[in-house]
Ligand binder design. Sequence first.
Ligand code: MN
Length: 418
Amino acid sequence: MPLKTSWVATANSAETPFPLNNLPYGVFSTDGTEARCGVAIGDMILDMAAAEESGLIALADDPLFDVPYWNDLMAQGPAVWAALRERLTALLEEGSEARETVEPLLVPMAQATLHMPFMVSEYTDFYAGRHHATNIGTMFRGAENALPPNWLHIPIGYNGRASSVVVSDTPVRRPWGQLKGPNDDKPRFAPCARFDLELEMGAIVGVDSDGPITVQEADNNIFGYVLLNDWSARDIQAWEYQPLGPFQAKATATTISPWIVTKPALDPFRVDAPAREFELLDHLKDVGPMLYDIDLEVTLAPDGKPATTIARTNYKEMYYSSAQQLAHHTTAGSPMNVGDLLGSGTISGPEKTQRGSLIELSWGGKEPVQLDTGETRNFLEDGDTLTLHGSARGDGYTIGFGPCAGKILPALDDPYKR
Ligand code: MN
């Protein structure tokens, strides 16, 4: 499918992350106005609250867009999602008769502040990248025990906290935590010294379910995707993770990119999962291409200095799709709700430069990562800005996500000081 042309001139280049083919959903405000829903097109945002108010978009009896989240639209279901995309395309395409009415409702992106695009109902994070799991397992348990016996049969996950999910550009404070001392019986409480990123994609559930659903139903229920950084305190994690998995190591923050890229925008980039070593059980079997060919990149900029690309990989490196993760999530009966967020798990490729976390890139701190500034990193330093980038390359167009960034603030002197 080629570039769809729009009367918004900046939407018509091969490089813009937001051509008419994309139409991602965000929440924005400008000086003195309330946060509300918007759609990115080129370097502009279509004010959806204003478009609905003026009658240009009428999808439901009650207003859907004069609120700082997309959950109300999601709750309308897939038929309304499709109707909205069709309507937006008609309003913004080259030659649209609505141009005169729509043009005054565009806000320059440069003048807008972006907010969380949806209310996160619950947050689950998975561990479903084979290269990542093999690397981490090798470091923690040795090469022979790298992948636990269950790993090739189920997507491993843990229930995280919706309350700590933040939007790109929110600063992240280095946490304190309980760390292993020289002896296992003498831990200490100190600022995290091995603070790390995890390059992931987040899938957003757009349809409620109650009880087990199939992989195909799960794929149908996914509304869209964001970039996701699962900030991780490796020293806290190493001490706490057995026997129930990560807890405080993952509780500081999870950053997502500000634009929800919808499933139809990504459809042309669907790819099959990698070859399976063991056949999956029926309820998790692949039923079509449900991964996506999305180029991913991680950049690190020390305070006030230029950024270095420290990793490049692709979402198609995952072993399990978000649809398989969502299907697995429901097998024991757990209801899923509109606004549930599923982290893919860290996305690493087979090569050393394709690793999606610093613990892998520096091999546990043994092989420092070289930055273009001349500095090196084993883990994140105070003042570092870490940014995830994602884009799918089509025929003369790009589907971009917008950056997913966070700057590391120093730990507090005493987190219990009142
Ligand atoms: Mn993770």
